[in-house]
Structures are given as structure tokens and as C-alpha cells.
Design a protein around this ligand. Structure first.
Ligand code: ADP
Ligand code: MG
Length: 539
């Protein structure tokens, strides 16, 4: 009698499972697809992408991380690749496309090694060895600069902006970016501290990109509360209040029985008196400008106007903090406590029409620790893309000022690194050697893509670049305009070392993580969940 063998279920019905080579191929394919999507945007001549969301809103951009974030990627591995771009953005603010393209290429090369029956663990080991060596090589080939070398910093700022719609005003924008970073940097002992949040990026449609300006202080999207207040105040003494300039609404607080009209009048008089007292207190501290995080009562507005005090209400909390850092004011909660030394100082506070809206400028702050870049441009799409370019540029300038180590771009660093890693691989034995060699070849994807995106022949470009590097020209890069070799350093194509080290370490991390996966177990949704998420939702 034969016994029927019962299958054993260790997972719920409907669970999808993908194992071994299938799992690997599936993952590598997803990663390559993501990399391929952003690859065409790399470099000054890279193309842009138009992204349209469910509501029909359009973004036109060249920025790797923005594209990936907007794509709402669903595949779990593809999501891991998107994460690299986000890490790169957080750590350096530039090089997001580079990091993703490198990860895709590392996996593509790994696939070739897998086809040669090399075990994933060997590939992972080789990749890790190569990545570690790459960090040393990069440090060795990098150049040291001083953190206040404006000339070089401007070149770095400009390199990050090349090809991002900011082309025509690159000079001016680079100057603004460098000045803003140098303004807010703080030297503490031997360390340089920079908080990127201290640079406020404001955009306003209108005029042209060339009208973008750096304000030594803060610009607010707000007008003064009362038209009888002065439109501008010189030598501003600024009070920052995070409590309302009004008497609490009695309706919600307590019920007062008023039986006689005189009582009502007495009550109103009292309220008026209290508000007047508050304004007097402000005025006697010497304040001629007040920014209030909460509301300002109409009667108080009237008193303020009479005292010629410029007042703005409902200022965002984040802006209050920035105002404090820019003007040196202390944020006060209780108006009774306000003293002269709590006030901040600005050379000029002014209401000004920008585009079709009134804005408040707090400028000419002395030694501000918070500044604003007011970005102008013909349409919102333009100002948004310029904002992204400026923000990348701020990132690279900060990274350069902090670490003071920089390298040349235009593929020079990648070819030099690749050459050194190939030499390193030759010193190794065993199968890891193949993985290290594959890693060194991976780096060639950067100059190759720069060439392809510029309509040049990638094989040609790589050949001439490699031969220049073999002759000892470490900063030989590709001139994307004529396809010839150029000295990228002399041509001012300069990037912080951190862009490269971070891109390599995160690309390696994610590629090796993906290679070590040999089993994908995906839970299926139960009926209720599926109904809730809609028929198109897949996990
Ligand atoms: P990422 O998101 O990686 O920063 P980009 O589209 O900004 O992508 O392109 C960066 C690449 O473009 C870098 O490899 C950089 O060296 C290169 N690059 C920038 N300016 C130039 C230039 N003038 N000539 C050649 N390559 C350049
Ligand atoms: Mg860039």
C-alpha cells in the first residue's frame, strides 16, 4: 500500500517565491532598468525628463533624485536603488545620477561573472575589496584646497550647475552660492560647521534668472499688517514674538454676563488698554519692527501703526528661527519680559512687491548666520529647476569647504581610479581578482555615458582618455563639446571628493546587498486588503 505524501506548507497560500538564479536575475534586471532610466540625464548635455503625476502636475528636471522620487517605483529592488540616490542627496546634495548609474553597472558586470559560474560571495568579496581600495586611491589623487578659496569654490559651484537650465546665469549663481555658504559657515576650534538649512531658498516667478539675488538676511512671503505702518524701516530693531498680540477671545474662555451697555463699553475699554500697554512695552524696548508667529489684533495693529512700528503676523516657526539667526534677536514668549538686548538688528526692513505679491525683506544684517537666495525665473518650472540646481551647488560647495579635498570631473577621476584599480587587481590572485577587475571596468560607465549623452563615440572617447591617463595625465577628461581630451582641472570642472567617495560606497553597498539575495519571498494580499488597496495594487 503506497502512502500518499502530504506536501508541507510553511507559508500562507498565494505567497510568491523566486529562488536562486531566477531571484538574482530578476533583481539585477530591476536595478539595471532604474539605472538606465536616469543614465540619459548624466552630464552637462544630459537630457531632461518630464514627469506628470496623477493630478497632471508637470515637473521638467535633470535631477536624478527628483526623477526617481517622482517615478513611484514599486519593485523592491528598484526601491533599494532609489534609496542610494536619496542617501547621496542627503550626504552631499549632488552626484545622485552617478551613484545610481554606478550601482546599475556594478550589477550588470556581476551578471557576467555569475554567467562564468563565479559564486556571488566571491563577487561580493571582490567588490568590497575594490571599494575599500578605491577610497584610498581617491584620497591620494585628490587635491587639497583651502576652505576660503573663492575662485575654486566658484568653479565647483558652477560644475554642479552645468546643464541644469541655469547655464546662462551660471557665473552669477555660482557667486551667490559661494557667498551664501561662506556667510553661514561657523568655525569652531578646528572644525568647520555648516548647516544647509541656514540658507533659505525662496522662489518667485517673474523677471529672469539673472535677477536672482542673495539677501543678507531673510525674505518672507508676507506683507505688513496695516497700511499705515511704514513701508520700510532703516536701522531696524527687531522683536520676535511667538505669542499673539491680542487678548484671548472671551467667548471661548469664559462667559461674562453683561447686563448694561456701560459694562460692555468698560470691557472694551479695558481690552483696548491692555493692547495699548503691550504695544507701549514693545515700543519702549526700542523695537521698530515686530515679527509675530501668531495673530495681531486689529486694535493692536492700529497702535503699532501709530508708533510707526512695522509688524508682520503669522510668521512660520521655521522662519522665526531663521530670523533669529540672521538678526541675532531672541524669540520672546511673554511681551512683559522684552528687553532692549532681546532685539535683533537689520540695516533695512522693507515691504516690496515681487512678481504680483508683497514680500517682506529683512536685509543688510550684519554677520547673519542665516541668509536667503531669492530665485527668479520666467515660469514656475524654471524657478523650480533652478532651485534644484542651486541646491546641488550649495551641497558641493559645503562638502568642499568642510573636507577641503576636491577632484576633477568630466570622467577624469573615474578613468584614473579605474586605471589604479586595474593595477591593484593584477596584484591579486584567486577569483576575487576578476571581481576587482570588473569593478575597475564599472567606473568607465561614467566617461562612456558622458560621451554618449553628448553625441560622441564612447569607444573612441574611452581609448583616448585611457591613453592620456597611461601617460600620467591624471586629470585628463573629456571635452564634451569637441570630443577631445582636456585637462579637466585647468578647465575648471571640479567636484568635491565626497561626491565620488559617497557614490562609490553607496553603490557598492547596495549592489552587494542585492547580489547576496537568493530568495525573494513575497506575501500576497488577502481578499480584504486587496479590496481596500484597489485591483491594481500589487505588493
Ligand atoms: P549627478 O546627478 O551625478 O551629479 P549630473 O547630470 O550633474 O549628474 O552630471 C555629473 C557629471 O557631469 C559628473 O561626472 C561631472 O564630472 C560631469 N561634468 C560636469 N560638468 C562638466 C563639463 N563641463 N564637462 C564634462 N563633464 C562635466
Ligand atoms: Mg550633478
Amino acid at each position: 500500500m503506497s502512502k500518499e505524501v502530504q506536501p508541507i506548507y510553511i507559508m500562507p497560500e498565494g505567497t510568491k517565491r523566486n529562488r536562486g538564479r531566477d531571484a538574482q536575475r530578476n533583481n539585477i534586471m530591476a536595478a539595471k532598468l532604474v539605472a538606465e532610466t536616469v543614465r540619459t540625464t548624466l552630464g552637462p548635455k544630459g537630457m531632461d525628463k518630464m514627469l506628470v503625476d496623477e493630478l497632471g502636475d508637470v515637473i521638467v528636471t535633470n535631477d536624478g533624485v527628483t526623477i526617481l522620487e517622482e517615478m513611484s517605483v514599486e519593485h523592491p529592488t528598484a526601491k533599494m536603488i532609489v534609496e542610494i540616490a536619496k542617501t547621496q542627496e542627503d550626504e552631499v546634495g549632488d552626484g545622485t545620477t552617478t551613484a545610481v548609474v554606478l550601482a546599475g553597472e556594478l550589477l550588470k558586470k556581476a551578471e557576467e561573472l555569475l554567467d562564468m559560474e563565479i559564486h556571488p560571495t566571491i563577487i561580493v568579496k571582490g567588490y568590497r575589496m575594490a571599494a575599500a581600495k578605491a577610497q584610498t586611491i581617491l584620497k591620494n589623487i585628490s587635491e587639497k584646497i583651502t576652505g576660503d578659496n573663492k575662485e575654486i569654490l566658484k568653479k565647483i559651484a558652477s560644475t554642479a550647475m552645468t546643464g541644469k537650465g541655469a547655464e546662462s546665469s551660471k557665473e552669477k549663481l555660482s557667486e551667490i552660492v559661494v557667498n551664501s555658504v561662506l556667510e553661514i559657515k561657523i568655525k569652531q576650534d578646528d572644525k568647520i560647521l555648516i548647516d544647509i538649512d541656514d540658507i533659505k531658498l525662496a522662489t518667485k516667478v517673474g523677471e529672469s534668472i539673472d535677477h536672482t539675488e542673495l539677501i543678507q538676511g531673510i525674505v518672507l512671503d508676507k506683507d505688513r499688517v496695516h497700511s499705515n505702518m511704514p513701508e520700510s524701516v532703516k536701522n531696524a530693531k527687531i522683536a520676535l514674538l511667538d505669542s499673539p498680540l491680542e487678548i484671548k477671545n472671551t467667548e471661548t474662555d469664559a462667559k461674562i454676563q453683561i447686563t448694561d451697555p456701560n459694562q460692555m463699553q468698560a470691557f472694551l475699554d479695558m481690552e483696548e488698554k491692555m493692547l495699548s500697554k503691550m504695544v507701549n512695552k514693545l515700543s519702549s524696548s526700542g523695537a521698530n519692527v515686530v515679527f509675530c508667529q501668531k495673530g495681531i489684533d486689529e486694535i493692536a495693529q492700529h497702535f503699532l501703526a501709530k508708533k510707526k512700528i512695522y509688524a508682520v503676523r503669522r510668521v512660520k516657526k521655521s522662519d522665526m528661527k531663521k530670523l533669529a539667526r540672521a538678526t541675532g534677536a531672541k524669540i520672546i514668549s511673554n511681551i512683559e519680559d522684552i528687553e532692549k538686548h532681546d532685539l535683533g538688528i537689520a540695516g533695512f526692513v522693507q515691504e516690496k512687491k515681487v512678481g504680483d505679491e508683497e514680500m517682506t525683506f529683512v536685509k543688510e544684517c550684519e554677520n547673519p548666520k542665516s541668509v536667503t537666495i531669492l530665485i527668479r525665473g520666467g515660469t514656475e518650472h524654471v524657478t523650480d529647476e533652478i532651485k534644484r540646481a542651486v541646491s546641488d551647488s550649495i551641497g558641493v560647495v559645503c562638502a568642499s569647504v568642510k573636507s577641503q579635498r576636491v577632484v576633477a570631473g568630466a570622467g577624469a577621476t573615474e578613468v584614473e581610479l579605474s586605471r589604479n584599480l586595474r593595477l591593484y587587481s593584477e596584484s591579486l590572485s584567486g577569483r576575487e581578482q576578476l571581481a576587482v577587475k570588473a569593478f575597475s571596468e564599472t567606473l568607465e560607465i561614467i566617461p562612456r555615458t558622458l560621451a554618449e549623452n553628448s553625441g560622441l563615440d564612447p569607444i573612441n572617447v574611452l581609448t583616448i582618455l585611457k591613453s592620456a591617463h597611461d601617460k600620467g595625465k591624471k586629470w585628463a577628461g573629456i571635452n564634451i563639446y569637441d570630443g577631445k581630451v582636456m585637462d579637466a582641472w585647468k578647465m575648471g570642472v571640479i567636484e568635491p571628493l565626497k561626491v565620488k567617495t559617497q557614490a562609490i560606497s553607496s553603490a557598492t553597498e547596495v549592489a552587494t546587498m542585492i547580489l547576496r539575495i537568493d530568495d525573494i519571498i513575497a506575501a500576497s494580499l488577502n481578499q480584504d486588503e486587496q479590496q481596500e488597496m484597489g485591483p491594481n495594487f500589487k505588493r
